[in-house]
Design a protein around this ligand. Sequence first.
Ligand code: G6Q
Length: 545
Amino acid sequence: MALFNQTKSYQALQAHFEQIKDAHMRDMFAQDSDRFNKFSAKACGIELDYSKNRISQETLGLLFDLARETGVEAKRDGMFAGDKINTSEDRAVLHTALRNQSGEPVLVDGQDVMPEVQAVLAKMKQFVAEVHDGSRKGYTGEQFTDVLAIGIGGSFLGPKIMTEALKPYRVDGLKVHFVANVDGAHIHDVLAELNVETTLVLMSSKSFGTQETLKNTQTAKAWFLDNGGTQDDVAKHFMCVSSNVKAATDFGIAEENIFPMWDWVGGRYSLWSAIGLPIALALGFDNFEALLSGAYEMDEHFKTAPLEENLPAILGMLGVWYINFFGAQSHVLLPYDHYLRGFPAYVQQLDMESNGKFATPTGDYLDYATGPVIWGGEGTNGQHAFHQLIHQGKVLIPADFMLPLNSQHEVTNHHAMLASNCFGQTQALMQGKSLDEVKAEFAGKGLTDAEIEQVAPQKVFEGNKPSNTLLFDQITPRTLGNLIALYEHKVFVQGIVWGINSFDQWGVELGKVLGNDVLAKLENTDLPLDNDSSTNALIERFRNR
Ligand code: G6Q
């Protein structure tokens, strides 16, 4: 298939871009009172207002032509069907099978994976019930009160952030703590709050080979043994989730304490597997199932809705419009919801690790931009910090605003104030404030013309800054499942358009290899320093600390 910028639709978009690039959204709204209805869509309880974008109906038509010409629909169907679309690792990509509630088989190499998926879900359900009802106990016969969840990257961010996002659903009597960083401060602080007798350690590592996770698990085990537990008690307290059962049993985890996963689940797409066990422990299995249902609902929408009404396709193609035509290099996520404050960090890994690529699966280097920098934070806090640059900086930063219409905690009129800020920001970004408007405001304030000339430009807002607004009823496990799957599929759409493999992550490998080499040199001062002068000096500083 031709590279994206060699397609007919790309050429058509390029010509169209020249015509529309300077059009102001303020005029677009003035000329068409029906703009919101034309550029909004609803699915799975999410209403997407994308009318505040620098697009016309022609733009959208051309963007969907591009999606079709680059094969988005066929490749989407291939992903759901278990095709090995992760070609560099020769793997299928089936996080969707983990939440498949259709009753239909999903085949990998001719084998239906659904029975195994269901067996693991059943094992998780039973385990969660036993921990909650106290029938699974620690070595002294005490009920578990705490779970120490150890993992990093895809084996950490999803469980941690979604447990945080669903705080109002947490069960009483069991606290889940997360440790990811190999910085000893992290595990030190968490262990200081725990009691060995009532703590269950759940180690999550798909590969069972991740340095940070293995180290933190060893430290947790040493803590357990130093504080009254014995080697024989380890089996009662240490569980793990991994696709590498052999490495886990070699490490000393009892086979019945291993929750398996599969090579066709990518780390950053794995919260739907047993990697999501901390979520189920924190919220109850019913709520975990509701999360899966929400994602399944979005899968069905993505699979069946025409691109023109397809939320992931719309978000994905708008992203392509700004990245490849307007030259936007970042995209900001702004949840106006305190519980969703971690969501931008989740999507950051999902998007940047998936689409931060510069070569195609067939070995061509790309001469166009791919995944943007994803960043963000909770509203309204960002308005008092980084929004300045979005409003008046020299770079274009498309934004996704997110707002639940109902708060988990209606406290006086807090929620109306939150919503007013969210909507007000999208309006300000879109319409801006012209020089004439600023000058008119100065009239009658006694300033000289020279003073006005000097001050006025600093108060101008260019506007024409694009944003999407996603509204939903409330943050529930189901809605959260909808939202996560929405962004997963948005990333998929973009990866297909750009012709890259969104499901490998070779870019993280070099640092790991060099890190191991440096560690050997830090710990063995007899080893010669044969790196570049900067790295040698840094190692020396550490050796001499
Ligand atoms: C995600 C990445 C990465 C991975 C971690 C942890 O897609 O591959 O973030 O999840 O490196 O890996 P393990 O689960 O194998 O420990």
